[in-house]
Design a protein around this ligand. Structure first.
Ligand SMILES: Cc1cc2nc3c(=O)[nH]c(=O)nc-3n(C[C@H](O)[C@H](O)[C@H](O)COP(=O)(O)O)c2cc1C
Length: 323
């Protein structure tokens, strides 16, 4: 069974991926947050850093492309191949309004002709194997059978499904029954936060050849290992991963940016701890490295680790009653 790290823009950047791999095994591939090519092939600083071969040396990493033009996709594919990448992923899932308004990401799911044109153009003579990450529709789950039939016409290396529609963003339960329609091995993504989630999924849908983990793996960086029958996360491991990540960010970024990023990551990590109420408030209010360091010290010294850490969306969104 394959276990992949999902792309998460603003979270799983090159530094995060590299440090994660140094500390935890159990992940077969890391998917990069999307790169969105322009006609002139100019890239944001974030994109340049994230795809640079130096930052990804020795990593099993898959660049993800977000676009609706075969010419742009193919031009970027050549660039990425020349940088040494071995495969690519097409994003048909991004639900953001600014992306879908331009007919990209899940915006392509409501324009089957445009989607077919793009797929015809990228699969005619691909320079690298291409996998696809998709939602199951734009407006409604009823679009899935036709969308799946369309996708089946193309020789993608892997299909990764997130069984929600664009309109659902990340709300509600994933429509796992969409898996029943897929008659070939595929990768599943969505709300796998624990070993029992994983077992329930793979027992029910035997054609699942692997899972892509996002929020659950950020919250519990040992989740990949755990799903493979390995040990539970320990406090020492989490502390060591945190410290290494923090040190790397401080090496590359200004302090205020580091505190902002660590603040976000700690919201996920807080799912691993039993009681974090007042410490979480301290973390949230930390504006300087000194304030952040004090809050982190308290978190690791005063709060116990849960027996089985599970990602908690209420903690992430600040809806937890205890804060
Ligand atoms: C903050 C954030 C950023 C994301 N960025 C991307 C992205 O760049 N490309 C992509 O395909 N999906 C992106 N996603 C979606 C995730 O890859 C994944 O599909 C989603 O989190 C559901 O999986 P999970 O329940 O395991 O977290 C993002 C999700 C989040 C929460």
């Amino acid at each position: 069974m394959n276990i992949y790290f999902a792309p998460m823009e603003g979270v799983t950047d090159a530094i995060f991926r590299r440090v994660h791999r140094r500390h935890f095994d159990g992940v077969d591939k890391y998917f990069m947050p999307f790169i969105s090519p322009t006609k002139s092939m100019t890239f944001t600083r974030r994109e340049q850093f994230d795809m640079s071969p130096e930052q990804n040396a020795g990593m099993p990493v898959v660049p993800q492309i977000l676009c609706n033009s075969a010419a742009s996709f193919n031009a970027l594919a050549v660039l990425l191949r020349d940088m040494g990448y071995k495969e690519l992923n097409l994003n048909l899932g991004c639900p953001s309004g600014t992306v879908t308004a331009k007919g990209k990401g899940s915006g392509l799911l409501r324009a089957p002709d445009k989607l077919r044109e793009l797929l015809d153009g990228i699969f005619t003579q691909p320079v690298l194997p291409i996998s696809i990450k998709t939602r199951i529709g734009y407006e409604s789950v009823e679009e899935w059978p036709r969308l799946l039939a369309l996708l089946r016409d193309y020789p993608m290396s892997e299909l990764i499904i997130h069984p929600r529609t664009r309109q659902e963003f990340y709300n509600g339960m994933p429509h796992r029954e969409a898996c029943e329609l897929i008659a070939f091995p595929f990768l599943y993504n969505g709300d796998i936060f624990s070993l029992s989630d994983y077992q329930a999924l793979t027992e029910k849908y035997p054609r699942v050849s692997g899972v892509m983990l996002g929020r659950g793996l950020v919250a519990n960086p040992a989740l990949g290992r755990k799903l493979r029958g390995g040990a539970e996360l320990t406090m020492e491991e989490l502390r060591s991963f945190h410290d290494d990540l923090y040190t790397e960010y401080l090496h590359y970024w200004p302090e205020s940016a580091v505190v902002g990023r660590m603040h976000l990551i700690m919201k996920y990590f807080c799912s691993c701890f039993e009681e974090t109420g007042s410490v979480r408030r301290m973390l949230r209010k930390a504006r300087s490295v000194a304030e952040y360091d004090e809050a982190v010290y308290r978190l690791f010294h005063e709060c116990g680790l849960k027996k089985e850490p599970v990602f908690d969306v209420d903690i992430l969104l600040g809806r937890d009653q205890r804060t």
